[in-house]
Design a protein around this ligand. Sequence first.
Ligand code: BGC
Length: 513
Amino acid sequence: MLLLRRFPTFTLTLFSCILLCESNTLKARQTVRNFPDGFLFGTATASYQIEGGWNADGKSENIWDHMTHNNPCVTDDCLNGDVADDSYNLYKRDVEMARELGLDFYRFSISWSRVLPTSFPDKMNEAGVQYYNNLINELLKYNIEPMVTIYHWDLPQKLQEMSGWTNPHIVDWFSDYSRVLFEQFGDRVKYWITLNEPREICYQGYGSVTMAPQLNIQGTAEYMCAKNLLVAHAKAYHIYDKEFRATQGGTIGITISASWMEPETEDHAEAAEVMRQFEWGQYAHPIFSKAGDFPPVMKERIAAKSAAQGFQRSRLPEFTAEEVEMVRGSSDFFGLNHYSSVIVFKNESSLTYDVPSYYDDIEANGYQPSDWSGAASSWLKDVPWGFYKLLTAIRENYDNPVVFITENGYSTYGGLEDEDRITYYRGYLNAMLDAMEDGSDVRVYTAWSLMDNFEWMRGYTERFGLYEVDYESPERTRTPRKSAFVYKEIVRTRALDFNYEPNTTIMTIDEGH
Ligand code: BGC
């Protein structure tokens, strides 16, 4: 996700509206559109956002425990993930919901500090391993494939004290941890995602204050993080590929977050492209392009600015030739998290940025016009045509990779009648089908999220769930929203029917699950 708090907001001019409205009309809607055979549907969650049990049965502290315990009101509601949805105890209900929806798979993440409390493989926490075994076995009992994210932002605090993702040793720390997961769970897990959203880990956590560990070391730390993270991902990929794939037969890749960046006018086309290369090309180009390495525009720009700013070398670390080769091609699929779009305009004025900084390197800003309808999250506007354009760009830039949509979803402030969420899902699935008709090789779609959960700095104020969670009840009662019934019908019929009106009185378990 792209945090727009950083961007100035402007009102859309009539002129640009005319341009946008004309260029971005999606194809006419058919009432019912089918998904291809073999297409997979799921929902996603992440460990810190749902599990709770923050210190249960030997789990150690991670960076989100640490930050929220030391500075409780860092989140909007001064709440944390200590209990969250209590999935550590209620995982059977989570699987029951996946059965109700008729899902093909369920994407969840593993908490590093729950499995390896020292951060290293010297001591395994049996209770933590048992928890994930229970969840995986419960899913498989009902023919729901587990899709496991190895890392979704909850770094062990101890590793953060050793500089976390800016320390090159994290390549070994992460790949050792990954190997433990392949050994423990790989006999049953066939879908692996190494890392969730490098941009949010590196930019928001190291170059800004909007995610733990809030380092805010601009223009340097986020690039060090990016390089180490890409090499760590690649090393874990190659371990799986060489040591486990033959016997376990699974697939493994990375998940990148990407917004669509639309130029304000033709004059800003280059600025929009530069922003795309920084915001997601930074992570996609090294893995999915033919040449590998960071995007040329990043390398040139940061090197030139660094020299002019008096640095001895580029603030963007270099990959060795061996690392370029190791990272290139290190993903079986392009895992894509997509939520929204922005309008981009060039802005070279160094007065508006901290120097050095990531956005000073980009020299462009983004905004969302005031007439774009939006979710509870300030950055999340309903822009389905942006999804179509993004999928088209991925197809064209990276030789039509296999794409797994690993997250897409919409936030509200709660309530079971979530018409806006339904409109969003239908619009985005429609745009995705348009891109697929044009040739995009999308094979998987994942709704974020199965249920409401701890929405990071927003606490529990913004709700992304197909199921509502009652945080007042000790049972954390989960109740299906209208969107859950609509998604269930999409999964059941393998089709998108714009006119379907669900009967929301009773949610039953889907046949076959
Ligand atoms: C993250 C989720 C988050 C969602 C909504 C994604 O960036 O992977 O953890 O809850 O967006 O903000």
